[in-house]
Write a protein that binds this ligand. Structure first.
Ligand code: SF4
Length: 581
């Protein structure tokens, strides 16, 4: 009997030759998707010592294992490559529609290799029921993401979705993101695989966009249809009615007051963990604006039951941006002493238009302010900086677009809060030790989505064990296509996989998939030249405290932190059904 995944394919795009090939997807990889598949492909196809912006780098655009199925909230797209920001492996993921659409067409992903000899031309990739084509896209050169997607989508069906870069990706800036269109009527490029400069790698391959037009292609059918449907229904019902939905019902911006209370709402380039003006940045203000300006909570992709994404309108009631997240309010707001959510909403839209990471860009601007280059809190100056300098690629604009380390070096400023060259997100390693261990040990550099537990009490060895557990669970989740906000457990993942493929998948198998993903990523970095000396947080996070009398510091020694990379520290709890799983 033909099974729905038997005809799964991979698209291989050779940008040196400008050729496209479609190859069968290896059956032994059927439980690999998203982040884990990206690590596997990069280890096999990419020389870890290559120039990240040269022809040797490989760009992967990969849905998760469950994307395109009826499993809830399962359509995230992983974008992978060697990072021009960190020099190590990178996976950044985004919501939106492209991953669902690729999988409905039977494509488990796109691998982009090489680089055109003639870098003056831009290319676009069309994927639809008739096949895959590379076409000229010069007329989209320099376009901002929103206008570009609107013009492009006018040529395709109302079901089409887009993966794109903005001007920052074309300029190869190390903070450049890859945008995905969401499920709004206007299909806005509001969801970004933002971290690590993945947009610069797409730009270095002269690939401006990928359009996926799945038309009315049906969702992927599981082997055990009744079992899958029953489990998906029970899971969704449980999620929505038993308290799990409460955490993200109002989006990440709702955590501002709690984060401030817990000393993890960094202020003025992280010199404090609390912001005296936090209430002006509280997501509650955004929710209140829905009544007078319009706006709402929505789902960024089909099938999302969490609907954590806020759609933000301006004072005239017109759409401004989506989603305005906690991370953006922290890095572009509080860290820069910009304390009105409306200003941050404008900055968020500018970043999405340009295609830059709001975390890296906010951190870069905070370092610029801390070093005296721009006055603290000067929101109008920052808007000009993004709208004019980054847009035009001035020397200052490129400096900001290249991230916090670039600004620190240029300004000879020592307080640069990064790990492996990537800016530390909002969650502060000093008050949240588990995420501090993750920032230090993850091959991705500072990335809260790699492993966060919001608990200020866990410390020492317990923090190391918890970090390892949550890094494994998050790697497994990132490989499934499910959004981390669904907080799916390993047992729930194995049930989805089991019903989809029609055979038992053990909890141990799923945990191993998470662990093996981490191990592949560490191996890539090791081959790229990373050592234990790279698994430490910068002096400003270790020596400078926050909170009462600046007493809260990241105090876990590197020798202990390193145990997060030693297998089985998690032991029984993860493999046999502990809380993290
Ligand atoms: S939970 Fe939020 S970010 Fe995740 S898929 Fe749903 S709307 Fe998008």
């Amino acid at each position: 009997m033909q099974r729905s995944w038997d005809k799964d394919k991979l698209i291989r795009v050779n940008m040196t030759e400008q050729t496209v090939a479609v190859e069968p997807f290896p059956d032994e990889w059927k439980l690999l998707g998203g982040r884990a598949l990206s690590a596997k492909i990069l280890l096999r196809d990419c020389d870890p010592t290559c120039d990240p912006l040269g022809p040797g780098n490989v760009l992967t655009l990969l849905p998760g294992v469950l994307s395109g199925t009826a499993a809830p909230t399962s359509g995230r797209l992983s974008v992978g490559c060697k990072s021009p920001l960190t020099g190590g492996i990178k996976e950044a993921s985004a919501g939106g529609e492209p991953a669902q659409d690729l999988m409905k067409l039977g494509y488990r992903g796109i691998i982009v290799t090489g680089q055109p000899a003639d870098r003056s031309k831009l290319w676009g990739l069309e994927v639809d029921v008739n096949g895959v084509r590379l076409i000229a896209a010069d007329s989209y050169r320099g376009m901002l993401n929103y206008a570009m997607c609107a013009r492009l989508l006018a040529n395709y069906s109302s079901d089409a979705s887009v993966i794109s870069i903005g001007p920052a990706g074309e300029m190869l800036l190390s903070g450049a993101s890859v945008a995905c269109t969401d499920r709004s009527k206007d299909r806005r490029p509001a969801r970004h695989a933002a971290r690590g400069g993945v947009g610069a790698v797409m730009g270095s391959k002269c690939l401006k966009w990928v359009v996926v037009d799945a038309g009315k292609a049906p969702v992927r059918q599981p082997a055990d249809r009744p079992g899958f449907a029953k489990f998906a229904k029970a899971f969704s019902n449980d999620y929505l009615t038993k308290g799990r939905h409460e955490t993200f019902k109002w989006g990440t911006s709702a955590v501002v007051p709690i984060a401030n209370m817990l000393n993890t709402f960094p202020y003025r380039n992280r010199t404090e963990g609390q912001n005296p003006h936090f209430e002006r940045l509280d997501g509650a203000r955004i929710r209140e604006s829905f009544a007078t300006r319009g706006g709402e909570m929505h789902a960024c992709m089909n099938g999302c039951i969490v609907r954590c994404s806020n759609v933000v309108h301006d004072a005239s009631g017109d759409y401004l941006t989506s989603a305005l997240e906690f991370e953006t309010l922290t890095l572009l707001g509080s860290c820069c002493d910009i304390n009105h959510w409306e200003d941050v909403a404008e900055l968020d839209r500018l970043c999405d238009e340009l295609g830059v990471d709001t975390i890296e860009t906010g951190a870069a601007i905070a370092v610029m302010m801390d070093s005296g280059g721009i006055p603290w809190g000067d929101a109008e100056r920052v808007k000009t900086l993004l709208r004019d300098d980054v847009r035009q690629g001035t020397e200052l604009g490129r400096l900001i677009g290249n991230g916090a380390v670039a600004v620190g070096k240029a300004r000879h400023h020592p307080r640069v809060p990064v790990s492996k060259g990537q800016a530390i997100p909002a969650w502060d390693p000093r008050s949240m030790k588990v995420v501090g261990v993750t920032y230090a040990t993850s091959a991705q550099g500072a990335d809260h989505t790699a492993g966060l537990i919001v608990d200020p009490v866990i410390s020492g060895r317990d923090a190391v064990i918890k970090s390892q557990e949550v890094q494994i669970v998050n790697a497994a989740t990132d490989s499934s296509g499910m959004c981390t906000f669904l907080a799916v457990s390993l047992d729930e993942l194995r049930a989805f996989y089991g019903h989809f493929y029609g055979h038992e998948v053990s909890r141990e198998t799923v945990a191993d998939m998470g662990w093996n993903c981490l191990a592949d990523e560490w191996e890539f970095n090791e081959r790229a030249g990373f050592t234990a000396a790279d698994d430490v947080l910068p002096a400003c996070m270790v020596e400078e405290g926050i909170g009462p009398e600046h007493s809260i510091k990241f105090d876990i020694a590197p020798e202990l932190t390193a145990l997060a990379k030693v297998r089985q520290q998690h032991g029984e709890s993860l493999y046999r059904g502990g809380a993290a799983g």
